[in-house]
Design a binder for this molecule. Sequence first.
Ligand code: NAD
Length: 374
Amino acid sequence: MIVPHKPMVMEEPTYVIPAARLKEFVATIFATAGCARDEADRIGHYLLSANLAGHDSHGVIRTPRYLYWLRQGYVRPGQTLTVVSEGPSFATVDGNWGFGQTIGPLAVDTGVEKARAAGVSMIGLRNSSHLGRIGDWAERAADAGLVSLHFVNVGGGELVAPFGGIDRRFSTNPICIGVPSDGKEPMFLLDFATSLVAEGKVLVASNGGKPVPEGALVGLDGKFTSDPSALYGPIVPGGVRDLAHGEGALVAFGLHKGSGLAFMCEILAGVLAGGATSGPIPGGKRGRISNGMLSIYLDPARFGEPDFLQRARAYANYVKASRPTTPGTPVLVPGEPEARSREERLRSGVPLQKQTWDAICAAALSLGVQPPTL
Ligand code: NAD
């Protein structure tokens, strides 16, 4: 059952939707739009996975935009990887503009297979459509027992000003590191954009959700702001957010340090993997974006420390034992917030702002798919 409720922290009313029902609704939209049922199910699965992890910015809110890309031919259904170059412990692969929810797992599985054989592997992925929440790919590697590192860029997705600059030069370039667990505790998962906030968080804020922090954006005048219109131009409730309409930029986190990491993501995931960098895609259409990802996979069983998982857990417990600055708010290690969110949302349902829900329903109705009744 879908329960409307008015939360205390949200500015917009939200609906809380059971996870399985939300996934099925999104999958049906993509199946009706022309994806094979297994691909539509994967899109539903991974978009929901981002919501379950608490990263609503990369969850089902993306449905209208993905559908727009599909209609424009920016993303192609039914694609697989093409190998560009390959050795025993590396490969460069082309995603052929397929859905990231199909291309991402194929790229990870290639890296896992090679790392199992060689101990370590490197996969450069170019020309994937949106890979969504990168933590999903580290979790897939961790399920296979591997440590993984991922550097990601967004071709055609200039959004972030470099340190000291106003003009957009980087994309939000996430970095992700995953370490498997012994199965009893959540894995360690560091997964964040190198911008102060991910673009999707500005998207959520523009739909009446949690506001972004002051200083997350910079305007044309060089002044810092939290106003989503710096990115999208005037905000029309329920309208498609067009990044070309805003004149400002997102700001990199951590001054020159985050800006430097974003730069290196472009060099590794854009240039080395051989796809586009964050500037306009050569010969590309406005609004089309690609994700590049350079991933490194390590098999901890091959590095001479048989107690790796136990020692990592013991160290995490030591870190967590640091006295909290705010009594009652314990220190967490990377991955804990996502694990907690997943447990809670699988139990209680996924909260969605009304504008987000309405936009997904409008996308569904445009295909003749009837949304679940509230
Ligand atoms: P964020 O700022 O919420 O940071 C998340 C990370 O910080 C996680 O590793 C989490 O475990 C850790 N964390 C959060 N609170 C913590 C605490 N109190 N103590 C210890 N660790 C804590 O993430 P973000 O920058 O908003 O990114 C959100 C998502 O967007 C990510 O999943 C990222 O992969 C995705 N993203 C994707 C793209 C793309 O092009 N596909 C681009 C940008 C971002």
